[in-house]
Design a protein around this ligand. Sequence first.
Ligand code: ADP
Ligand code: MG
Length: 343
Amino acid sequence: MKFFFKYGIIFIMVFVLAGCGRVAPKAWSYTDTAMGTVIHQGIYCEEEEIARNFSQKAMEELEHLEQEILSWRLETAEVYEINASAGSEEGYLLSKEMGALLWDCMALSEASEGAFDIGIGALVRLWDIDRWAAQAQTGVYQVPSEEEVRMALQLCSGQIRLEADRVYLPEGMGLDLGAVGKGIALTKFQSLLEKEEAISGAVISVGGSILTYGKKADGTNWIVGITDPFGTSDYIGTLSLDGQWCVSTSGNYERYVEVDGVRYHHILDPATGYPADSGVSSVTVLSENGMLSDGLSTACFILGPQKGMTLAEKYGVEVLYILDDGSIILSEGMKPYWTQREQ
Ligand code: ADP
Ligand code: MG
């Protein structure tokens, strides 16, 4: 049995080649952990105090997001409360922010023909891959039985009913916003940065989602490395990005448990109840909107390249697929940013 959780600057799926780590003049870098992953911040400004204050504000924002809004584990979070209301007649009165988010998630669910499914909590809990991959569990990982998968799928298959600012979940259903949480964090950081006149540029990664903002001191583009899913080198190519982008990668090498040579990863296909098996090793999505880059990377992973490219086009985002056979497929709009690494 093998566990895997990619963690740290060279191990995260998408990593930043410039900005973080190597500290150029007037570029300040910080590394923390939150949301069960590593956060790297590269901040461009004159004074270190400004950068440090910002990085602390960003971490407080993440803490707030997790503890008050997104967590299904913490009683203080809105998602926890929504899940606790499942089966009730009166449903749950949503905050304005959560209401808007759930409407967006439902639209993505519909557009992806159910591949992206925030009602998947029971199945995610059953597989529990994230915690096993992070070695937060001890003992021997038991692959769920077909019967257990079938039962959990039943709890996911009901309708989430959204009516204006109220949500009604069927008994037993649990929301899981793990597929969009990191992207939502990027959008929060973007708003925080817009209020900081002294900060001219920044690059922040939350696990496999990266925000580029403003400009580097020397005016050159942000260079984001895309991790080699096959592990033969640390990165397989780079995206050269100007200005403000959210880049999210979903991969089958990111968090997984391996049992008897079979890899069980953390992106689940609601059509089968099993880890998605669409011939895809990783998908990177480029968007100006963090919720979309993150949500669509998960959806496109499950759908595979054919349907995924159509979905990406519908949302006006760019996409880069790395397939299990090593081939790379890019949307037209992604091509100008991409440079494949020479072997
Ligand atoms: P990460 O969050 O590790 O960067 P993703 O963005 O691809 O990776 O999201 C994976 C997470 O999304 C899982 O850990 C789980 O919480 C949740 N998830 C798994 N399958 C689905 C699905 N089909 N639809 C929506 N969310 C999912
Ligand atoms: Mg995602």
